[in-house]
Design a protein around this ligand. Structure first.
Ligand SMILES: NC(=O)c1ccc[n+]([C@@H]2O[C@H](COP(=O)([O-])OP(=O)(O)OC[C@H]3O[C@@H](n4cnc5c(N)ncnc54)[C@H](O)[C@@H]3O)[C@@H](O)[C@H]2O)c1
Length: 331
């Protein structure tokens, strides 16, 4: 499905983080809808390196790009020589998804280097190429806030802080290029499996249930509510952002908070599984968001964005892929 009137054929699109979850979905959106679009994926891909929390330093995985027939550059956005490889292309659009996407990383230096400093280098590249810059911000900018509207940020971890600093930096470019930040809420959908433990709880609960286990929820999960958004709607927002004439940062969610318990209940209903759930203590209290719900009025107004998937519809659309992952990757 095409989300805009722009003809991306004969355009050059760079997707940083294109071997990751959202970036690879964007790459296939262009490949499938615009066969003559030149798509360049720039990604660090995964190495064996881990952060002190035990998680991998980058989650990019070649399997997310199986079937991709564009150009791939393996590179680190923190390395100026790597970034210089992009100079030879006449870039029209940059979709900047590369980041430390793991919200539990505590290393402040590498978080700011990667998420903020490297973003400036990419914005400068966009200015030199007169390209549009559409970048991933995050609902984590809101942290402990109870108002989920631009201007009400209160990040409670360095990840959320780094994304807010990206939004501040973006303002410096408002009068130079088209630059749009998208504050994704909790995204779920195909090609997230290689995020391991940081993949969405939709996938993790789904796999627990398929393995014959009980779903493991944090205590009080019927009162932990988030705005869960299907990746297809995130793609829609990215594409619509290419048409807006109002630079800024926009929320990308469904506009409706749902509980983690809802996810498990929907999965069990769809999978026709009757089983008790297990409740475990939440180890992240203090840096955890107990409620998020995107205010999407401006996103609708200025981007023409309209979410298409409720939690029920998103899970239903995703389920065949969860089953495939279970059968081909897990079992
Ligand atoms: N998935 C969500 O729920 C969500 C929510 C809010 C914001 N975001 C943001 O959306 C973007 C995409 O997230 P995702 O869920 O696809 O995560 P992801 O980890 O799957 O994708 C990020 C990609 O960036 C690459 N990368 C990491 N460090 C890099 C570096 N130094 N140089 C080059 N590439 C590097 C990784 O290899 C990975 O492929 C990120 O900026 C993330 O912070 C995601």
């Amino acid at each position: 499905m095409k989300y805009s009137n722009i003809d991306f054929n004969n355009k050059t699109v760079v997707i940083t983080g294109g071997a990751g979850f959202i970036g690879s979905n964007l790459a296939f959106y262009f490949q499938e809808n615009y066969p003559n679009c030149k798509v360049i994926v720039f990604d660090k891909f995964r190495s064996e390196e881990t952060f002190s929390n035990g998680n991998l330093k980058s989650f990019g995985h070649f399997k997310n790009l199986l079937g991709f027939n564009g150009i791939i550059i393996s590179g680190d956005i923190n390395n100026k020589d790597d970034l210089a490889r992009l100079e030879e292309y006449d870039i029209d659009y940059i979709f900047h998804e590369a980041a430390i996407s793991d919200t539990t990383v505590a290393d402040q230096k590498i978080m700011i280097d990667t998420n903020v400093n490297a973003f400036k280098d990419l914005c400068d590249l966009a200015v030199r190429k007169n390209a549009s810059m559409i970048y991933a911000s995050s609902a984590a900018t809101y942290g402990n806030s109870t108002v989920f509207k631009v201007g009400h940020e209160k990040p409670n971890n360095v990840y959320g802080f780094s994304k807010l600093m990206m939004d501040n930096l973006a303002k410096e470019y408002f009068d130079k290029i088209r630059i749009v930040g998208l504050r994704y809420f909790n995204v779920y959908g195909p090609r997230e499996y290689f995020k391991n433990k940081t993949a969405s709880m939709v996938l993790q609960f789904g796999l627990q249930l398929l393995k014959g286990e009980s779903a493991k929820l944090f205590e009080g999960s019927d009162n932990i509510l988030r705005d869960f958004i299907y990746v297809e709607d995130v793609i829609q927002a990215n594409i619509k952002a290419c048409e807006t004439d109002k630079n800024g940062v926009y929320n990308v969610g469904t506009g409706r908070a749902r509980s983690f318990q809802d996810i498990v209940n929907i999965l069990k209903r769809e999978l026709e599984i009757i089983r008790d759930d297990t409740y475990i203590p939440n180890p992240y209290i203090g840096q955890y968001q107990f409620f998020t719900e995107a205010d999407i009025e401006d996103t609708k107004k200025y981007l023409g964005y309209e979410p298409r998937f409720s939690l029920e519809e998103g899970i239903k659309a995703y389920l065949p892929e969860i089953i495939r992952i279970y059968e081909e990757e897990v079992r």
